[in-house]
Design a protein around this ligand. Structure first.
Ligand code: FES
Ligand code: FES
Length: 159
């Protein structure tokens, strides 16, 4: 059935311009997963409480489950699929591997997108600050300490 309320929404996803016709109530998370097949971004709580759905919108970490797709019309969005590729991983992806920073991996895309955004914010200096600023991203496997280890390694690398 055609949705008479659907509007065209254009954004750049992982460097590629995309236009979708979506109802105004479609979340950015559902737009990514259901309409663009970008399933690397995970749906955990769908209520803004777990961080699994974190993506970068114009460089800022964003909970895509709490964001309507229409709000990001014209934005530049990066999902985990745009962060790195096999053979040329982002430094954080490599650090997560090196530090055993994931078990089931469900939270990992959100953790990595959030960590990239956090490092770009430039506010975290100490391990405690990194821990605090990453506290919106939950890991049900309990890999949090290793996640912080991985982030600290990359944070201290020259960029
Ligand atoms: S799915 Fe968005 S915060 Fe949990
Ligand atoms: S690695 Fe399983 S939830 Fe974090």
């Amino acid at each position: 059935m055609t949705n008479v309320l659907a509007t065209n929404i254009s954004f750049t996803i992982n460097g590629t311009p995309r236009t979708l016709s979506l109802a105004p109530w479609v979340s950015l998370l559902d737009a990514l997963r259901e309409h663009l097949d970008l399933t690397g971004t995970k749906k955990g709580c769908d209520h803004g409480q777990c961080g699994a759905c974190t993506v970068l919108c114009d460089g800022k970490r964003t909970l895509s489950c709490l964001t309507l797709a229409v709000m990001k019309n014209g934005s530049n969005i990066t999902t985990i699929e745009g962060v790195g590729q096999p053979g040329r991983l982002h430094a954080l992806q490599q650090a997560f591997i090196d530090h055993d920073a994931f078990q089931c991996g469900y939270c990992t895309p959100g953790q990595i997108c959030s960590a990239i955004g956090m490092l770009q914010e430039g506010r975290a200096q100490t391990r405690e600050e990194v821990k605090e600023l990453m506290s919106g991203n939950l890991c049900r496997c309990g890999a949090n300490n290793y996640i912080i280890d991985a982030i600290m390694e990359v944070k201290d690398q020259p960029r």
